[in-house]
Design a binder for this molecule. Structure first.
Ligand SMILES: Nc1ncnc2c1ncn2[C@@H]1O[C@H](COP(=O)(O)OP(=O)(O)OP(=O)(O)O)[C@@H](O)[C@H]1O
Length: 531
């Protein structure tokens, strides 16, 4: 039981009856913390469940328009089971004037266990105090609007810096999909797993399917990005996010763009280091369902700042968010491209090949060492950010996770056909145009001329590459098997190089392996990267 429950003044409160178990009543209270379900037990005691507002992704109101033989008490897909019900009230065309409100949440199950995961939970509230649907619907709508404004407050909490010229369009999202990332299933993943969640969460989106290398980069460089107040998500790998970040850095208004936009990644690539690192830091059960966890991060509106690293070579400047590698791991990453169709196993296979033909490279490495991580860095992050999301609900023992008051309208009479054809995806206001290899996005006005491409972004505070490094830096001149600098914990889903790394700590973690390491030791190091 939640001791704080009675201290919170409910926004709305109503008593519902669980038709599946007669005489069982629930007091349902909507509070800023979430939905409290207070069950009155036979012995007059109470059991309280909390569905945290941070676990709720959306709600929909509906009407029963079914002409079915199912019982009003509990619909079944299999009509043969109808006789199991003792109070058989068949629906007729005008029998049910109730209004229904379905509240959708993803609840953390099996907390702190190996099989920790998020499960969908639907609470269906049936409003039928009045004899007319319109009257019942008014009450249901009041609940719906109240829940939605609580959800909206999560991402409109003042941390988005809206441009002064009124271009802010709040809830709109840009989704960039790389159909070639990973094993080439991104389009299918978008259709099957992401669209339903975006729809449930009422997130409007524009969709852009990349048609070639640098397509996302050009899009970010030239588009009117200020219409995507809800942010930019990439469905693909870290390479696609790299294009997004660097395309934005090429804009004259890069600073404002970075203040305005939020970014997110849904793993569709082979490595997926950024997606994994975010979930690792927020303790989300990524491995059970990486795509679900990442989409929930998007719709929940959680945000936190993330470090970018400016990388300068003799010929170019790029901005990096994951890592920069040289030698062993970089070779595996680049050379295993030819095995792309295998997905992430390509890295394992190629690492064996690289171990057999082990190489080393001469280099001079200079770096500025941090002596005290806590004192000299920003070890802040999610403890003070808006990302304290997704708590386990205070579920009472053995309670079913799906609580139903009346029937579940979504299952029975919201039988929209699953959209099989990719060309028929329609978001709230945007129609998706085509699926050929050409980009499907047509409505973005171009801001810059084709020829205007140069790197902007923040300037370096270090001496030029040709100058000596500051005197307090360490310098090593040697033969190296690899040097890898990471700024996120994971460089891929199963390679963790910097467990203590935080998204926003301003720290670069250096992993150095010098020549002379035996193949056996390197093999051990390689296998330990997973843990
Ligand atoms: N339609 C396309 N056809 C060919 N290449 C593309 C296309 N769209 C994007 N690309 C390029 O593919 C590269 C790799 O894409 P992405 O990062 O999405 O997948 P990945 O390499 O499998 O994943 P990871 O980077 O996590 O290993 C990107 O750098 C991008 O330049």
């Amino acid at each position: 039981m939640d001791e704080n429950r009675h201290a919170i003044v409910p926004i709305l409160e109503e008593t519902f009856y669980a038709l599946s178990r007669k005489q069982l009543s629930y007091r349902v209270s909507l509070t800023p913390v979430g939905l409290y379900l207070t069950k009155r037990c036979d012995d007059d005691s109470e059991k309280i469940d909390l569905i945290n507002i941070k676990d709720i992704i959306g709600c929909k109101s509906m009407q029963n328009s079914a002409k079915s033989n199912n019982c009003a008490c509990r619909p079944t897909k299999n009509t043969e089971n109808i006789n199991e019900c003792q109070v058989h009230i068949p629906y007729t065309e005008d029998a049910d004037c109730s209004a229904y409100l379905c509240v959708y949440a993803y609840i953390l199950k099996n907390k702190d266990m190996k099989n920790e995961k998020r499960d969908k939970m639907t609470v269906t509230l049936r409003f039928r105090n009045f004899n007319s649907y319109d009257e019942n619907n008014k009450v249901a709508t009041t609940w719906k609007l109240a829940i939605k404004s609580l959800l909206k407050a999560r991402y409109e909490d003042g941390t988005i810096v809206a441009p002064a010229d009124n271009q802010y369009l709040g809830n709109r999202l840009l989704v960039i999909v790389n159909p070639k990332s990973g094993v080439g299933k991104s389009r299918e993943i978008f259709q099957r797993k992401i669209v339903p969640i975006l729809n449930t969460a009422d997130v409007d989106y524009d969709l852009h399917i990349t048609c070639m290398q640098n397509d996302a980069r050009n899009l970010m460089q030239k588009s009117d990005i200020y219409k995507w107040g809800r942010g930019v998500i990439v469905l693909g790998g870290d390479g696609l996010m790299f294009e997004v970040i660097n395309g934005l850095m090429e804009r004259p208004d890069w600073q404002r763009a970075f203040e305005y936009l939020t970014f997110s990644v849904i793993p569709g690539g082979s490595g997926n280091g950024m997606a994994k690192s975010i979930s690792f830091e927020t303790n989300e059960p990524y491995n059970q369902d990486p795509i679900l966890i990442s989409v929930l991060n998007v719709v929940s509106g959680n945000r936190c700042p993330m470090d970018l690293v400016r990388v300068e070579t003799l010929t170019e400047v790029v901005f990096s968010f994951l890592s920069i590698g040289w030698g062993f791991i970089a070779d595996i990453d680049i050379e295993s491209e030819r095995l792309r169709m295998l997905g992430s196993p390509r890295f394992t296979i190629w690492s064996i090949a690289k171990l057999i033909a082990l190489r080393s490279y001469p280099a001079r490495l200079s770096y500025c060492k941090i002596n005290n991580l806590e004192i000299e860095t920003r070890m802040n992050n999610f403890t003070i950010s808006t990302f304290d999301n997704f708590h386990e609900p205070v579920t009472t023992e053995n309670e079913p996770l799906s609580i139903e008051f009346g029937m579940d309208p979504l299952e029975e009479f919201d039988k929209r056909d699953r959209i099989e054809s990719f060309s028929s995806i329609i978001s709230k206001r945007t129609a998706f145009m085509s699926v050929n290899e050409a980009s499907s996005f047509t409505s973005i006005p171009e801001l810059l001329e084709e020829s205007e491409v140069w790197v902007r972004g923040p300037i370096s505070r270090l001496p030029p590459l040709s100058d000596p490094v500051p005197s307090d830096w360490e310098v090593i001149e040697d033969e190296f098997v690899m040097i890898h600098a990471s700024y996120l914990s994971h460089i891929s889903e199963d390679v963790i190089l910097a467990p203590k790394s935080k998204l926003n700590d301003g720290v670069i973690w250096l992993l150095i392996i010098k020549n002379g390491i035996s193949r056996t030791t390197l093999l051990q190091v390689n296998t330990s990267f997973e843990t």
